[in-house]
Design a protein around this ligand. Structure first.
Ligand SMILES: [Zn+2]
Length: 75
């Protein structure tokens, strides 16, 4: 699974997402401020980054933890 990493321009939250979301052009959700970014918004943000696809996770992504990593805010 290829991942992107994203820093929310609104709240500064850093999080990961599945590149499939981008390929499908679906909105991505910031777990920090609960904002949704549509494709046109985030593709501009991602285009300004050097290595969009090189996000590294410190543990393997599984179906059980992917929503935790991608969507659930840290407490
Ligand atoms: Zn945010």
């Amino acid at each position: 699974m290829k991942m992107f990493d994203f820093t929310c321009p609104k709240c500064g939250k850093f999080f990961y997402g599945d590149l499939t979301l981008i390929e499908l052009k679906v909105p991505i959700h910031c777990p920090g401020c609960d904002r949704y970014f549509n494709y046109d918004e985030y593709i501009k943000i991602l285009a300004g980054k050097k290595d969009v696809t090189l996000a590294r996770l410190n543990k393997p992504l599984t179906e059980e933890n992917m929503f935790e990593i991608i969507y659930i805010p840290e407490k």
